[in-house]
Write a protein that binds this ligand. Structure first.
Ligand code: GLA
Length: 393
């Protein structure tokens, strides 16, 4: 039995054991890796992002009442709630992504119906690969399938971000949900976080994205994320007072920035400089990846990591060890941070034929350098959140 068929069979069996019937509807949504544009989304900037071939599956059967029951096969935990009284679950964090989607879809007027469901994910959790967005988007598509309505992928992403901001209480931008909902197989996305639109960004044949998880706890990712966001807002507000067309750092040109940089608090000036430079690197990397221009890919990603370390200050020592390791490995074209930083996953661009020696080298060298065993995933892009028919055994 192939892997997807085995996964579907295991989920069906667990569903039957819990609910006494077979699932009728299946949805899935992928995790994502950002290739350029760290922290640019909440500054209304650009991001080069890609779905990965690791996803969350939801198997469900509609109910006649307004109860939603979701069992997590990964956690062995369950959440149950009524669509008429959707409140956060104080005990189970994961459940709030499910409840949050129900809440925002209800508020937006979609006709939700109850269901019994089982979820299973192959997206590494708490690693910076957006397992939460994958859960939100897969559950959103399940509410759509059970409720018999249709929802546009961008709208689903925006609602997912709203669920995360207002229900779960995480002040994230649109990147994760947008990529999981809209992403496609065969290319990355060049996302404009202001207009919430994207264009396809193909990657030249022969270049593979390999995710290297530093396997460090991302303890600062929450609190420091909020600090960075506030510093960017402070910078944008400074320019907005002088230039009426400015609402976000996206609107600040290098010329305007240089004219006022010295008037800003040092940390704010460095955060702003990084965002302006990172934003400019996004279309440049998209073009370099499509053209297969190894030198430009290397230069742009190296500048991005340096900025993340020196200006935005979102790196930790294990990320430096991982960067050096990835860059020294066979077949490595370039490497940089991914996600919010402060540990978690990083991304390398690797020559396809060299993936095996690359993985071996990084596994051995990072372990001896950092004293932690990394997890390494060569990935390819996969379709965005959708209903699907599970493969037969
Ligand atoms: C997290 C957030 C995103 C984005 C990235 C950093 O993944 O959820 O919205 O801000 O960090 O680029």
């Amino acid at each position: 039995m192939n892997e997807p068929a085995r996964r579907a069979a295991e989920m069906s069996a667990a569903f039957s054991a819990r609910y006494g019937d077979t699932p009728q509807l299946w949805t899935r949504a992928p995790g994502r890796v950002d290739l350029m544009g760290s922290h640019t989304d909440y500054n209304h900037g650009f991001i080069l992002s890609m779905t990965i071939d690791r996803d969350t599956w939801v198997a469900a059967r509609p109910r006649q009442d307004r109860t939603v029951s979701v069992l997590s096969l990964d956690l062995g935990a369950e959440t149950n709630f009524s669509l008429d009284a959707i409140a956060p679950d104080p005990e189970q964090h994961w459940a709030n992504y499910v409840r949050g989607m129900a809440s925002v879809l209800c508020d937006a007027g979609y006709p939700l119906r109850g269901f019994d469901a089982l979820i299973h994910t192959t997206v590494p959790v708490s690693a910076g690969l957006s397992s939460s967005a994958a859960l939100e988007m897969a559950v959103g598509r399940m509410f759509e399938a059970v409720g018999g309505f249709t929802i546009d992928a961008v709208e689903l992403a925006v609602l997912g971000q709203r669920a995360e901001n207002h229900f779960v209480g995480v002040a994230c931008g649109i990147l994760d949900q947008y990529t999981s909902a809209v992403g496609k197989a065969g290319c990355a996305l060049l996302l404009d976080a202001r207009t919430i639109t994207s264009s396809d960004a193909p990657i030249a044949d022969g270049i593979t994205v390999v995710i290297c998880d530093t396997c460090t706890k991302r303890e600062l990712a929450g609190s420091e994320y909020g600090v960075r966001r506030a510093q960017c807002e402070q910078g944008a507000a400074y320019f907005a007072r002088r230039y009426p067309d400015v609402t976000h750092l996206r609107d600040v040109s290098f010329e305007r920035f240089e004219a006022h940089a010295a008037e800003l608090p040092d940390a704010v000036a460095r955060r702003c400089r990084y965002i302006l430079e990172e934003n400019a690197r996004v279309p440049a990397l998209a073009a370099a990846l499509t053209a297969g221009d190894h030198i430009a890919i290397h230069q742009l990603t190296a500048a991005s990591f340096a900025g993340a370390r020196d200006l935005y200050e979102i790196t930790i020592p294990e990320m430096e060890i991982m960067l050096k390791t990835m860059l020294a490995a066979p077949g490595c074209i370039a490497a940089r941070q991914a996600g919010a930083g402060f540990g978690g996953c990083m991304a390398a661009f690797v020559i396809k034929e060299k993936i095996e020696p690359f993985v071996d080298f990084v596994a051995n060298t990072y372990t001896s350098g950092a004293g932690i065993e990394p997890r390494i995933y060569p990935v390819k892009s996969s379709p965005g959140a959708s209903r699907f028919t599970p493969p037969a055994a």
